[in-house]
Design a protein around this ligand. Structure first.
Ligand SMILES: Cc1cc2nc3c(=O)[nH]c(=O)nc-3n(C[C@H](O)[C@H](O)[C@H](O)COP(=O)(O)O)c2cc1C
Length: 193
């Protein structure tokens, strides 16, 4: 439960999800992790192509350190306490009439899948934190991303930790953020020229 205020009524699951940095460094079991992947699986996508893939490491895995190493230092600082690190990648091409063609919506589709995963996690008392602060070239080789796949973001998944364990500068930012008003994000009719 957060004290975020909505302009209009919406399901609390949307305002309850936020992106903490304080993680409790404990393992997550496969049953829990796969429930998150299951939620992602049901996201809608253009032509139901499901272009997303989640390339992951759990903190006890041999490849954990490598997966962590390609995050920007500012993210590694706290993400090292996550239970799992996911790289969300998506296929920038699609099969159409027997041909490989550029996909218009692969990133949009992958975004829907990540949000499904994040909401499922939040509803189970887990936390998620998306990261674009990644050395994407290094990540590409660490996770061995197939050609044509875009690395969208990294996601830290885990359990809530103590804010007091974060460096002071991060403690000051450890609260659910606000949003622009609804009126800022909508345009009724064509946009002004
Ligand atoms: C694709 C993506 C990339 C992000 N990159 C970072 C990042 O590199 N480091 C970080 O601390 N937070 C990162 N964030 C978290 C956002 O800053 C956060 O989601 C946003 O401020 C809204 O806050 P909330 O998720 O707590 O509601 C990222 C979020 C997304 C969705």
């Amino acid at each position: 439960m957060t004290d975020r205020k909505t302009d209009y009524p919406a399901l609390p699951l949307f305002t309850d999800r936020w992106s903490p940095r304080a993680f409790d460094p404990r393992p997550v079991d496969d049953a829990t992790l796969f429930t998150l992947f299951e939620a992602a699986r049901w996201a809608p996508s253009s032509m139901n192509l499901q272009p997303w893939r989640f390339v992951y490491a759990k903190r006890e895995d041999a490849h954990w350190e490598a997966f962590l190493s390609v995050l920007m230092e500012t993210n590694r600082l706290w993400a090292q306490n996550a239970s799992a690190l996911l790289y969300v990648i998506s296929d920038s091409e699609m099969e159409y009439k027997g041909e490989r063609r550029p996909s218009h919506s692969h990133s949009f589709d992958a975004g829907a899948a990540w949000m499904s995963l994040a909401l499922q996690a939040s509803s189970m008392g887990l936390i998620t934190h998306g990261m674009a602060g990644v050395d994407f070239d290094a990540a590409r080789s660490i996770i061995n991303a197939p050609e044509g796949f875009r690395i969208e973001a990294a996601i830290a998944v885990g359990y809530p930790g103590a804010k007091a364990d974060l460096p002071e500068a991060l403690q000051a930012r450890e609260f659910p953020s606000d949003r622009r008003p609804v009126s800022d994000i909508i345009v009724h009719g064509p946009m002004a020229g």
